[in-house]
Design a protein around this ligand. Structure first.
Ligand SMILES: [Zn+2]
Ligand SMILES: [Zn+2]
Length: 326
């Protein structure tokens, strides 16, 4: 089954981290961190419906203005998700301009500030000259966006300040094998939707399923469906190397098809990594190995290694592919 989205970093490993995730069968994209994004075409900027910001350091947030300018005349709202404080940061950016001539513009911005237990929601509409409207708060259970077939989850991590990790996942793909249906002599019908729902909900093997007034067990019919796991892509950057943070990241990114992970320092500079609240290349490799991810993509290298990028890659990949823990 073909994936439903493509993903790529916008900039080189020594520049601002920003991940562009493009949905293939719709004119839509997600953006993870909004650092420098002016390399995206206007067409790609216009596809971005949802922006997920790990934290508001300037290298992760300066591109907000580029996006805002591109989307001012767009009907589809823009949603921005980030850690506690993002509402105030978006408000501050909007207040940095004069907006007396935009009441006719359609753009609406919804901002969600995420902390361990709650999500605060505020809106800024061009028709009100971007005056802040507080929409209240909800409990936070780990999922920031559920928009089938996509779900985006966030983990609350530390970078000395609150910082979010993100993962985007597709639903499982379920295809019905028509030949297997014929062998059983069963008709196509609404019961197939029930079967798909039971697969998604991992029903028990004995759960009953009615087809044309005949009763079956779930386990007797599940083989007519071929099930492909949807892809999972995770994005982790600017994370303090302390133990509880690393354990949290490993659980969060477990079984990702692709993990985008910072490798800001070489391990020989790990004292600096602790001081600056960043991961080393070796730590990125260890996270990827322990979480059993299939593909590790490194990003966000300190400029001090500009002539030694291959050492960062080597260090992370050696750890990723090694058998033992250290
Ligand atoms: Zn950074
Ligand atoms: Zn940072």
């Amino acid at each position: 089954m073909k994936p439903t989205f493509h993903h790529r970093l916008i900039n080189s490993q020594f520049e601002d981290p920003s991940l562009f995730v493009r949905m293939l069968r719709e004119s839509r994209a997600f953006l993870f961190d909004s650092g420098r994004i002016d390399r995206l075409s206007t067409g790609d900027l216009l596809k971005i419906t949802d922006v997920f910001v790990t934290h508001m350091h300037i290298d992760h947030f300066i591109g907000f203005d580029t996006l805002l300018r591109a989307l001012l005349r767009r009907e589809t709202p823009m949603r921005v998700y980030g850690p506690e404080g993002i509402i105030e940061c978006v408000e501050g950016k909007l207040r940095g301009y004069t907006w007396n001539l935009i009441e006719e513009y359609p753009i609406k911005i919804d901002v969600f500030g995420i902390s361990e237990r709650r999500v605060r929601h505020s809106s800024f509409y061009a028709e009100n000259c971007f005056a802040r409207i507080d929409k209240g708060e909800k409990a936070f259970g780990g999922t920031v966006l559920e928009d089938p077939p996509y779900a985006v989850r966030a983990a609350c991590l530390s970078h000395g300040i609150p910082c979010l990790g993100f993962s985007v996942e597709e639903d499982v793909h379920i295809n019905i094998d028509k030949a297997a249906l014929d062998v059983l002599g069963l008709p196509v019908g609404p019961w197939l939707s029930d079967l798909k729902r039971m697969i998604r909900e991992k029903a028990s093997p004995d759960a009953p399923l009615c087809v044309d007034s005949r009763e079956f067990k779930f386990s007797e019919l599940v083989h007519i469906a071929s099930i492909t796991e949807g892809q999972k892509v995770s994005y982790i950057t600017d994370v303090s190397p302390q133990e509880d943070n690393l354990t949290g990241v490993i659980e969060f990114v477990r079984n990702s098809d692709t993990l985008y992970c910072e490798a800001y320092f070489l391990h020989e500079d790990r004292e600096r990594a602790f001081e600056r609240h960043h991961l080393t290349a070796k730590m990125a490799g260890e996270i990827a190995r322990k979480a059993e991810v299939r593909n590790l993509v490194l990003m966000h290298f300190s400029p001090k290694y500009r002539d030694r990028a291959e050492r960062i890659e080597e260090e992370a990949m050696r750890e990723f592919t090694s058998q033992s823990s250290y």
